[in-house]
Design a protein around this ligand. Structure first.
Ligand SMILES: Cc1cc2nc3c(=O)[nH]c(=O)nc-3n(C[C@H](O)[C@H](O)[C@H](O)COP(=O)(O)OP(=O)(O)OC[C@H]3O[C@@H](n4cnc5c(N)ncnc54)[C@H](O)[C@@H]3O)c2cc1C
Length: 379
């Protein structure tokens, strides 16, 4: 079985799927080339798309391997998604940007401004303006209208399709997908700045999985182990002699939303208890931590919903389950012109690369509509 996985990882890693052309613009000749030059990768993806990580885990004889796979990230995901991550790592394409997501986003922003893009913060889209089934612009902050030749919305899919567009342009397939597909859960995102170097800890971008002293209830989820990211390898994230530690702890939006509605006190107390339990776990494992805490910050699903609008505070859109692998979510809607969607709600599995790629796709399709040659440059 291990050999089968390794063969699949190699086949997927050696694929040459054309990433320079939007999926919708691929013609019969492109498909012929794809099938002939990627036969083993397609066979591997076809096979493992339909099996979840959990199901694969059952086939291991070793208890350790079974438990490791069952407890890996979200084990309802299809096995192909897991193998894809390993294939990227094998090819040296997966990594961690020093300085974290802040630095990463700043680079994207600089690039966009350099090519004369304009960004305006603090303006919420409150309406999509439509005339004769063509989008003509947006209303922002309920009081200002901005006209546009095309609109590409990267916001939450539920909000766009069911609130801003009032379900009018949702076909049956999309409706079923939105009703039945699973989303990534929401999170407690815990961060602590600690006045300690953690030199003794082997640097790891995937984190360190630590058993808790006692099971931790976080909303309706119970955790017995937590993965901590110990950024002892990133000098940008903390001053010399100090280290940032974070943890992403799965939880459910409904619990936190209800608690938030009950008032600040109950909500703050629950957050505080979880933060303390996580500090206790780090302290028990590494020692000498409790008195060295410079700050802690504990974001909840309500934080995510409030800042990003993502449905149920999901941190990565649709979970790439075997069911999701069968469905193509629309990036534009039948009967509505001059409008595209991009981001993790049109690319199951989500994440930064597919979100960025879907934005590129949308621009490529607009160029097709406008008969403009689509060209890009590499940084
Ligand atoms: C803690 C955490 C860790 C992660 N780690 C990774 C990782 O290691 N690798 C990876 O690839 N992915 C990771 N992800 C997932 C990744 O960040 C997302 O999949 C990706 O950011 C999705 O991009 P997006 O543009 O679709 O949506 P978002 O990043 O959610 O952006 C949507 C934007 O639209 C804005 N918006 C929403 N509604 C409106 C409105 N009405 N008007 C105006 N603006 C609006 C929001 O404010 C937001 O800025 C992580 C996510 C989290 C939360």
């Amino acid at each position: 079985m291990i050999e089968e996985f390794i063969n699949a990882i190699e086949a997927i890693a050696n694929n040459s799927f054309p990433l320079n052309k939007s999926f919708e613009l691929l013609n019969a000749w492109d498909w012929t080339k794809i099938v002939f030059s990627n036969f083993s990768a397609m066979m591997a993806m076809g096979k493992y798309n339909q099996i979840s990580i959990k199901e694969s885990a059952q086939k291991f004889q070793s208890d350790v391997l079974r438990s490791a796979f069952e407890n890996f990230w979200a084990s309802e995901m299809s096995m192909s998604f897991f193998l894809m991550q390993l294939a990227y790592a094998y090819k040296g394409m997966a990594g961690y940007p020093l300085g974290g997501s802040g630095r990463f986003v700043e680079k994207l922003e600089r690039r966009y401004r350099d090519i004369d893009g304009k960004i305006e913060f603090g303006r919420k889209v409150t309406k999509i303006l439509i005339e004769n089934n063509r989008v003509t612009g947006l209303e922002v902050n309920h009081n200002e209208k901005i006209s546009a030749d095309y609109v590409v919305l990267a916001a939450d899919g539920y909000t766009v399709l069911f609130e801003l567009l009032g379900e009018k342009y949702v076909d049956n397939k999309t409706l079923t997908a939105y009703k039945t597909l699973k989303t990534f859960p929401s999170l407690i995102y815990f961060s602590a700045g600690i006045a300690k170097e953690f030199k003794e800890v082997e640097p790891s971008i995937v984190g360190v999985n630590i058993p808790l002293l006692q099971p931790l209830k976080v909303g309706n989820y119970t955790h017995e182990r937590i993965t901590f990211q110990i950024y002892n390898f990133d000098p940008i994230l903390a001053p010399k002699g100090k280290t940032l530690i974070t943890a992403m702890v799965d939880t459910d939006y409904a619990f936190w939303q209800k608690l938030y509605e009950q008032g600040q006190e109950a909500y703050r107390n629950e957050r505080q208890q979880i933060s303390s339990a996580l500090i206790d776990a780090i302290d028990a494992h590494y020692g000498g931590v409790k008195n060295q805490i410079d700050f802690t910050d504990t974001a909840t699903p309500v934080t995510y919903k409030n800042w990003t609008g993502n449905h149920n505070g999901s941190y990565e859109g649709w979970l790439p389950t075997p069911d999701a692998a069968k469905i193509k979510l629309p990036s534009h809607l039948i009967g509505l012109g001059n409008f595209y969607m991009c981001g993790h709600w049109v690319t199951p599995g989500g994440g930064m690369p597919p979100a960025a790629y879907s934005g590129r796709d949308a621009v490529q399709l607009i160029c097709r509509d406008e008969k403009i040659h689509f060209k890009t440059s590499e940084l």
